[in-house]
Design a protein around this ligand. Structure first.
Ligand SMILES: NC(=O)c1ccc[n+]([C@@H]2O[C@H](COP(=O)([O-])OP(=O)(O)OC[C@H]3O[C@@H](n4cnc5c(N)ncnc54)[C@H](O)[C@@H]3O)[C@@H](O)[C@H]2O)c1
Length: 300
């Protein structure tokens, strides 16, 4: 049985990944500091599910100071997801992005080099953009940190990930929240935006495929970057319409110009991940239904 350590395990993606790996027979443990960038109760809810259903041990620690020597020995892989993850928030608080996303990542690299543990880490579609905000450049720096390390590592560029237990600071959750209160939703660039919206179930399947590939064919000191999206770009307005259908509400729309931290469209190039067997399947209609069912049970 392979042992995998996940940072940011109580986060949106960490939670779904831990659940999937535990169901598939991995021994999983992880760390999260349950910070209040968004409601920590949601992080505790996710952590409690992982503990109750699978007996997963989660330590409440900040990765900027965690004594890795007590935690990492004997692991087959680390999946590094802990980060400050808000594009707009990063413009106001760049230092946090340097401390956690860059400095703490370097500490983790150092520890993993010591124990010779391969690492999968979360990068972002934004790392490849021309308009680098502090969040985006922290992810760009991560790719350079791992590229120049002594580790076997894979950087995964995620696109707009959504699904149940999703992040309250992301568009889908914010829209659902405002729509259910009958309030206006802000729509940037007059709605002319396209995104590679990725359902979290497809995403964690992809992470597991890359993990298995790395565990089965270990090569020293190799660094790869993979795009993990759907390979398709959907209209923001179609995404909103699916949500309206699922919540049974029509949204009040406040159209705004382009936000300076945003890009107009994103689309993953998934060929490299597909060559390992990655095959995203969930449409936005289906994925938003999963999200809305959860949201209604939780908040309405
Ligand atoms: N969700 C997306 O659409 C998306 C897109 C691109 C990249 N990513 C990346 O994927 C990763 C996971 O994202 P997510 O959507 O699950 O976000 P999330 O905020 O839900 O999860 C991150 C978790 O890391 C924890 N964390 C943050 N700083 C920490 C610290 N110093 N010490 C310990 N724990 C800390 C947080 O408490 C949180 O639970 C992040 O690295 C993010 O940048 C996400």
């Amino acid at each position: 049985m392979h042992k995998v350590y996940i940072t940011g395990i109580a986060g949106f993606i960490g939670f779904h990944l831990a659940e999937k790996l535990a169901m598939d027979g991995y021994e999983v443990e992880g760390v999260d500091n349950f910070n209040d960038y968004y409601d920590p109760q949601l992080k505790h809810d996710r952590a409690n599910i992982l503990k109750d259903k699978f007996g997963i041990k989660i330590v409440d620690y900040d990765i900027e100071i965690i004594p890795w020597a007590h935690y990492l020995e004997g692991y087959d892989a680390v999946i590094h997801l802990a980060a400050h993850a808000g594009v707009r928030h990063s413009l106001e608080n760049p230092q946090m992005y340097i401390d956690t996303n860059i400095t703490a990542t370097q500490r983790l690299i150092h520890a993993c080099e010591h124990y010779e543990i391969p690492v999968i880490y979360a990068s972002s579609s934004t790392a490849d953009s021309d308009h680098l905000n502090p969040y985006a450049w922290s992810k760009y720096v991560n790719e350079k940190q791992f590229e120049t390390s002594k580790l076997l590592s894979s950087g995964l560029r995620f696109y707009t990930v959504y699904g149940e237990y999703g992040r309250p600071d992301m568009a889908l959750h914010t829209f659902a929240d405002l729509m259910s209160q009958g309030k206006e939703i802000d729509i940037y660039n007059e709605g002319d935006m396209q995104r590679d919206f990725t359902y979290v179930g497809d995403l964690v399947d992809g992470i597991e495929i890359i993990l298995e590939y790395m565990l089965n064919q270990p090569q020293e000191n190799q660094h790869e970057i993979y795009d993990l999206g759907t390979g398709k770009s959907n209209e923001l307005m179609d995404y909103i319409e699916c949500l309206e259908d699922e919540l049974g509400r029509v949204s009040l729309k406040n159209y705004l110009p382009m936000h300076p931290a945003d890009v107009k469209s994103t689309q993953a190039n998934i060929g490299k991940a597909q060559s390992l067997g990655y095959s995203p399947k969930v449409s936005i209609q289906e994925g938003i239904k999963h999200f809305a069912d959860w949201f209604k049970g939780m908040y309405i």
